[in-house]
Design a protein around this ligand. Structure first.
Ligand SMILES: [Fe+2]
Ligand SMILES: [Fe+2]
Length: 234
């Protein structure tokens, strides 16, 4: 009988790199020195209501809302990816490349999930108030809209689906890095480290937010890269 315990396990997608203190500061400056992408009408249709409901300025409650909807395109692509793997099941090379995209999408979903958990933890620690309409119903509705937009776009024009996500990630990257710049007191708030085992521990909440901002940049670059071969057919 084969001893399966000795079989090598495939590498999992490592997710965005964790940066040290100096790298985080440099990453923040790079973001602040880089103009935002030109956002499409669809992207603006999501950013505008969020600004109206949660304020133009960044806040932990606004970021929690953004993180709820950030996972959605990755979920849509994962679902579409399984359909594609099934369709290409007789072509092992292509099926494998599609599957690699699924692994990437799952890893990015997990990363976004930790962003959300970290935001929820910071909200709880600060005793910030949330209400059912703004912090449950509205995120659910926007996420539902975004999910369907993501998979329909992926079906008809997959590069647009990646482009829309790149815009969303670019927006998130700038929101986090600007928030840190505008709230220097966060440098003196220690990272509570609630999810240190899964996400790492940082010197301050400012650095924790910079790391999240940098993750968003990595997500953006991933989507821009995937735009070049959206159907994994090349
Ligand atoms: Fe995120
Ligand atoms: Fe992201």
């Amino acid at each position: 009988m084969t001893n399966t315990a000795t079989l090598p396990r495939p590498d999992v997608h490592p997710g965005p790199p964790k940066l040290d203190r100096d790298q985080l500061r440099r990453a923040q400056q790079e973001t602040l020195d880089t103009p935002r992408m030109k956002y499409s009408l669809l992207a603006k249709m999501m950013f505008k209501p969020v600004d109206i409901m949660y304020g133009k300025e960044g806040s932990f409650t606004k970021f929690a809302m953004l993180e709820i909807i950030a996972r959605v395109p990755y979920q849509a692509w994962e679902r579409m990816g399984y359909w594609a793997v099934h369709r290409h099941r007789t072509s092992s090379g292509l099926a494998r490349r599609v599957f690699e995209r699924i692994v990437e999408a799952r890893s990015d979903q997990d990363n976004e999930q930790f962003h959300l958990l970290i935001m929820e933890d910071l909200i709880d620690r600060q005793g910030l108030k949330r209400n059912w309409l703004l912090h449950r119903a509205a995120p659910w509705l926007i996420a539902l809209f975004y999910y369907h937009v993501s998979w329909v776009l992926f079906l008809v024009k997959p590069d647009w689906s990646y482009r829309l996500n790149a815009e969303f990630e670019d927006h998130a990257e700038h929101e986090y890095m600007t928030f840190v710049a505008e709230n220097p007191d966060l440098e003196f708030v220690p990272d509570p480290g609630t999810y240190a085992d899964e996400y790492g521990r940082y010197r301050s909440v400012a650095d924790l937010m910079r790391q999240i901002g940098h993750d968003e940049r990595v997500h953006k670059l991933g989507s821009l890269e995937n735009m070049r071969d959206p159907r994994v057919a090349a």
